[in-house]
Design a protein around this ligand. Sequence first.
Ligand code: SF4
Ligand code: SF4
Length: 458
Amino acid sequence: MSSEFDFLEAPEQVLSTLNPDGTRRWLFPRLSKGRWWKRRRWVAYSLIALFNLLPWLPVGGKPAILLDVANRDFAFFGASFRPTETPLLALLLLFIFLGIFYLTSLIGRAWCGWTCPQTVYLEFLYRPLERLVEGKGYAKGGKSAPLWRKAVKYAVFTLVSAHLAHTFLAYFVGGAVVLEWSIGDPAEHPVGFGLVWATTVLMLIDFGWFREQLCTLACPYGRLQAVLLDRNSLIIGYDERRGEARAKLPARKQGGSFGDCVDCGLCVATCPTGIDIRQGLQMECVACAECIDACDGVMAKIGKPLGLIRYASQESLAGGATRWFRPRTIAYPVVLTSILGLFTVSLAGRESGMVQVQRAQGAPFEVMNDGRVRNLLSFRLDNRAREPRSYRISLPEGVDGLIPVNPVTVSAGESGMGMVHLYLPPAAFSGGKASVPITIRDGVDFEHVLEFQALGPF
Ligand code: SF4
Ligand code: SF4
């Protein structure tokens, strides 16, 4: 239908999710249950199970993964990390990012199609639920589904999103705490309650409305494709040399020379980002392999070899040979091995405990009635071992001190506080300072000598 704004229409399709008049083009991809889909389904359900399990799985007395921001404590499969260990965490993050870059240079956007939470949850949880609830309405582009079915769909989406939001919160406070909060009064835990509902709403917006646009418009990783891939990286591609000239089956009956593509359009109908893979590699392709399954089904029916759309490099699709060893596929493993080596050495050399000392608040020192100078200091003791440890604080021979609790026992992966009242004669100070070595040891494998700078009269 023509309108006064016709002159604004783009000469070609700008975005797969946009109609020529600028309105949203809703996608209702057709499911292609081929061999790749079955493999992806295994991976997806395993990842979903893992995501739901990890905050409940106890390792060394804590959840397998705990990002306790409030207490600045990060637990990862029994190992505890403190914010003071930022270099170690930075090395780990760098390794993960570069590892994804390396894999992308080798096998393209496998991360997007196989493991990214956006794809996993949209294609293997929300979309299947939508297909189930909307029934035939989904197949007709979602328009003819009755209102009650749509209401049921959003009710189910809300329940699923609320569950996922609770699980998400469990990564920050632990599964047991979330359970306790969930059955308690929300007013007692307004932050946790607010976080759960904000996450639920964000998930509903993303999986119910924004959907594939997160991959095609918002995700920075998709934008990086141009620099991460080269002509020898594995992508999902259409074999143009074999497929063209395409022609529908009735047209073929008239005779002529045609390629294998019967122009059925199933590869486009199944694509969750709405693109036509036959137009070549596009930034919107999330490498989900749905079009391979759709096309293989067609090829099998018409008795042609499978793989008109397949995993291949651009080089091999153009008739050349894929080069696996290239500067970037050699450089990435070298850098990754170095980072891993550095990480392993740092981890192996990591002590089983850590001590941080600080002066007590208030006056830096106090001159007692007997002339001695008192300094009050407190210790924070981090136990990184997997069992409780008792830390004994010792002062040097001849130095007077009062240690109210000694030794200080700290549970595995937890922190404890110790306190020392240090009494020094005025003669011990030079320029208002006196250095006192304080030893902390746990009797197992941890010993730390701390040079404390006591303050006194100048
Ligand atoms: S083009 Fe194929 S692999 Fe790429 S997103 Fe679409 S269906 Fe998935
Ligand atoms: S599914 Fe295969 S045969 Fe059908 S249009 Fe796509 S490439 Fe051509």
